[in-house]
Design a protein around this ligand. Structure first.
Ligand code: NAD
Ligand code: TYD
Length: 377
């Protein structure tokens, strides 16, 4: 029996990881530790909440005593750490909360794991602390034009497939950290703490840095769900700057699959980049989303293009993120399973078919779910 804490399991990516582990590994006990901030929504896990190998614990990762108690109570063998403040725009307005949760919260998880595991007869044997991070710690890449050719360029992914790239450089695992936003600075700091616990105490840690995720259950402050919902209600679509910024998009279930693989097969103390080889300019992805929503709602394709509204750019807006996940492909055989066209179609369909989920989030009703479902447990 393995007892595994997944932190942030009520959030977007965490809920997909919890679902995957609870369903795939009935022999594991999954303990979802989440504070239920505005971003935590237990309705994301309705389908597995009564499974015998799943337990939800409402707790703040910064509360060291409580976290220590959870390690002891559940005899924890492994941690998959996703809990974080995750939205760049919020970090620009309120950097303290980001330092508190992302840095101090991670430190509190590490210290509890260390104190608990060190006292066991087997010590680190069979233990693992897996920290989920972002590609944003590497800073921003430029839209470069090495040979006088206008980007995008066509390059080859490790799998040999061609893809578009908006520059000749990519994020590789050996790059120096150069975070720009308070969000990425806090995540970078937490990554350093995780590595320091390996180097100083010998804790079996792993770090992965992933590109932008999209898919079901994402909080509608992030680009794709926000825009799907706004198009549905015919509200303006606020495009920052000129919409020229480039992101590398990965379907969330492919990230969850990578996390499963790396948790079980990854090498201790290593870093793996996870990305989709799937770069898009914001304005282009927005057009795809508009066309898809219009078509699925039975509107004339493209009729909602008029909702596009260019607004003041985000402060310090990183120009381009592009992950090179060759190492993960080469060493563990992972690659994205979905083409972007399939992923975005599935995603838009999901939000349109689950309007009750979206309406619950936008009305704030989702925050009552914990009291309603868990008060008598
Ligand atoms: P999210 O904002 O949707 O969810 C975060 C979850 O953490 C929520 O359930 C929230 O309640 C919980 N949480 C926040 N503060 C907490 C605290 N102090 N104690 C306990 N729980 C707390 O985030 P997400 O998009 O699912 O991202 C999850 C992780 O993956 C983060 O660490 C993020 O940095 C990383 N990541 C995200 C992306 C992306 O595109 N979303 C890409 C790469 C990496
Ligand atoms: P976001 O989903 O916030 O992810 P991140 O900042 O972590 O990449 O934003 C994705 C891109 O979309 C980013 O370049 C900012 C841009 N964006 C907009 O243009 N308008 C919006 O309303 C939002 C939320 C994002």
């Amino acid at each position: 029996m393995k007892n595994i804490i997944i932190t942030g399991g009520a959030g977007f990516i965490g809920s997909h990881v919890v679902r995957l582990f609870v369903n795939k590994y009935p022999e594991y006990h999954i303990i979802n530790v989440d504070k239920l901030t505005y971003a935590g929504n237990l309705a994301n896990l309705k389908d597995i909440e009564n499974k015998p190998n799943y337990t939800f614990v409402k707790a703040d990762i910064c509360d060291f005593e409580t976290i220590m108690g959870i390690f002891k109570k559940y005899n924890v063998d492994g941690v998959i750490h996703l809990a974080a403040e995750s939205h760049v725009d919020r970090s620009i307005k309120d950097p303290f909360t980001f330092a508190q949760t992302n840095v101090m919260g991670t430190l509190s998880m590490l210290q509890a794991a260390k104190l608990y595991w060190e006292e066991l007869p087997e010590k680190w044997e069979g233990k693992r602390f897996y920290h989920i991070s972002t590609d944003e710690v590497y800073g921003a890449l430029e839209l470069t034009d090495p040979e006088g050719i206008e980007p995008p360029f066509t390059t080859k992914a490790s799998s040999g497939k061609h893809h578009l790239a908006y520059g000749s450089k990519f994020f590789t695992e050996d790059l120096k950290y150069q975070p720009h936003s308070p969000y990425s600075a806090a995540k970078a700091s937490s990554d350093h703490f995780v590595r320091a616990f390996h180097d100083t105490y010998g804790m079996p840690t792993i770090v992965t840095n992933c590109s932008n995720n999209y898919g079901p259950y994402q909080f509608p402050e992030k680009l794709i769900p926000l825009f799907i919902n706004n198009i549905r209600h015919r509200k303006p679509l606020p495009v920052y700057g000129k919409g020229e910024n480039v992101r590398d998009w990965l379907y969330v279930e492919d990230h969850a699959r990578a996390i499963d693989l790396i948790f079980h097969k990854g090498t201790i103390a290593e870093t793996y980049n996870i990305g989709g080889f799937n770069e898009w300019k914001n304005i282009d992805i927005i057009k795809v989303v508009i066309n898809t929503v219009d078509r699925l709602l039975g509107r004339k394709e493209g009729e909602d293009m008029e909702l596009i509204t260019f607004v003041t750019d985000r402060a310090g807006h990183d120009m381009r993120y592009a992950i090179d996940s060759t190492k993960l492909q080469r060493e563990l055989g992972w690659e994205p399973s979905l083409q972007f066209e399939e992923g975005i179609e599935k995603t838009v369909k999901w939000y349109l078919e689950n309007q009750a989920w979206m309406d619950n989030v936008t009305s704030g009703d989702y925050q009552k779910y914990y009291e309603e479902m868990y008060k008598n447990r």
